[in-house]
Design a protein around this ligand. Sequence first.
Ligand SMILES: Nc1ncnc2c1ncn2[C@@H]1O[C@H](COP(=O)(O)OP(=O)(O)OP(=O)(O)O)[C@@H](O)[C@H]1O
Ligand SMILES: [Mg+2]
Length: 256
Amino acid sequence: MGDNPGFLSTYLPGVDELLGDGIPLGSSVLIEGGPGSGKTIFCISLAKTLCERGKKVLYMSFEEPEVRLRSHFRSFGARIEEYERNGLFYVKRFNALDIARSVEALLSEAKRELLVDVQPVLIPPDFDPEIVLIDSLSSISSAFSGEESRFRVYMEQLFRYLESHKMTSFLIREVANPTHVGNMFVEPGEAVSFLSDGIIVLYNVFFQDNPRKRAIEVLKMRGSQIDRKIVECEIRKGIGIVAYPNKILKGPYTLT
Ligand SMILES: Nc1ncnc2c1ncn2[C@@H]1O[C@H](COP(=O)(O)OP(=O)(O)OP(=O)(O)O)[C@@H](O)[C@H]1O
Ligand SMILES: [Mg+2]
């Protein structure tokens, strides 16, 4: 399957079937889930499938050191040196504290003017990506410790920047509990749910007498008719995330 005009496909096995038409170009999509639910691997395997199809991808990590990330990429079959040679891939580790400090400085300079230009802080000036992956908003949020309103300002600016530059973005957000299955508005930074155009959730599934499973759901995608169901998925060696659209999760189970 190729891309529908105006939409992006993930080319991750099974995932595009859940996405209907695909992801409208220029969307900001949250990749949510608990610890170890597969968020980073989702983004790594996505970067790979997209670079393989000639898309220009920026991977910004606030978590893992660059060396470890690179070997992680390779373990999922990504030929990153080749993508880099072809100008398709840029991976960089950022320090969230640097960003928090810059925002702080910009905000005090701008006084009550909240229009802060995030570009100098974030996007490498010599690379103009079509796709941006950020791992993770949660790391950025914790660098703004106790300054929830500054984090919000920064997020609004970031989403606006990505939108105005027509970049399609995937932003990882760690959640302690799946916030969309009962617990409302308990997470700091919940505002990003409303700023985003789409939400894909990865679940750790707990069964009383069974081993855990993994599951995936496309919860929201503005501008695309999605197939809303929670289905099984796996992390496959050399591939990454593989979803099974026909394996709807059967209870009793708990999503974590
Ligand atoms: N090469 C691999 N093949 C198969 N499974 C793997 C591989 N590497 C990691 N895993 C499994 O995938 C799980 C999810 O990894 P991932 O780093 O994507 O989670 P995450 O949601 O980003 O977690 P965190 O919130 O801690 O960053 C790991 O806990 C591990 O069990
Ligand atoms: Mg991760």
